[in-house]
Ligand binder design. Structure first.
Ligand code: SAH
Length: 227
């Protein structure tokens, strides 16, 4: 399984925690908008370190939380960060979700959806497992309009889906989900050094870095499952 090979290596190098820290800047804003109620069941797709479920248990009093990931080492790390019995980590692939039809209240996913081998099939699976009125909160930093992120593909040995805003909306609808909301959430926390420090190792100019974080940030698309 290609996903396991790539991401086991990331987990072993501690990149799960690094991603948690960086992604939290915008993921927390997406998460706070999810209409989750006490006792509900939430599935986090491509859970990485599992921080989304820990946060939901701490702040929203959710019932059961499932973190699905294709990387055994990511799951091992995620399990070691919590002893909450209501949170479970499950190995699986986005293309075939190991959950019953109508069994999940909300699906969340941060910076993971575009790794799906067949994204339309993944959306169909999400629509299947969601109960009527359930929501899918999908956050991605890698998308067409965010031009400075495109180079990430060169660093990852898995083909990543580079959709634009409209393509996300169309694909959600194709899978039978209503699109309730879509926006770019700025990352206001990543520190942007003064002009004089550019170019840096990662950024050719302050303008480019500003665009990436403060303007493009995270694309959030919200789908709602019909009755
Ligand atoms: N959501 C976390 C992790 C993002 S990294 C965060 O915000 O930090 C993407 C994660 O998705 C990795 O842990 C990877 O193993 C998982 N993943 C990628 N493609 C997958 C697939 N097709 N099936 C299951 N998990 C997948």
């Amino acid at each position: 399984m290609r996903i396991a090979e790539e991401f086991d290596d990331w987990a072993e190098r501690g990149k799960d925690r690094g991603m948690e820290q960086r992604h939290w800047h915008t993921a927390k804003h997406a998460l706070s908008r999810m209409p989750v109620e006490a006792g509900e069941t939430v599935l986090d797709l491509g859970t990485g370190s599992g921080y989304i479920l820990r946060a939901l248990r701490d702040t929203a009093n959710i019932g059961r939380g499932y973190g699905l990931d294709g990387s055994p080492k990511m799951l091992e790390n995620a399990r070691s960060y919590t002893d909450d019995e209501q949170v479970g980590f499950v190995r699986g692939d986005f293309d075939e979700l190991p959950f019953a039809t109508d069994s999940i209240d909300h699906v969340f996913s941060m910076e993971a959806f575009f790794y799906a081998a067949d994204p339309q099939q993944t959306l169909t699976e999400i629509a299947r497992v969601l109960r009527p009125g359930g929501t899918f909160y999908c956050g991605v930093n890698f998308f067409e309009e965010s031009v400075h992120t495109h180079k990430w593909q060169d660093k990852v040995d898995i083909e990543m889906i580079l959709w634009n805003r409209q393509e996300y909306r169309d694909a959600f609808r194709e899978a039978g989900l209503f699109v309730a909301e879509q926006e770019m959430i700025p990352d206001t926390e990543t520190e942007i050094p003064p002009e004089s420090e550019f170019p840096t190792e990662d950024w050719e100019s302050r303008e480019v870095m500003y665009e990436r974080f403060r303007e493009h940030g995270t694309l959030l698309t919200v789908g709602v499952a019909p009755d």
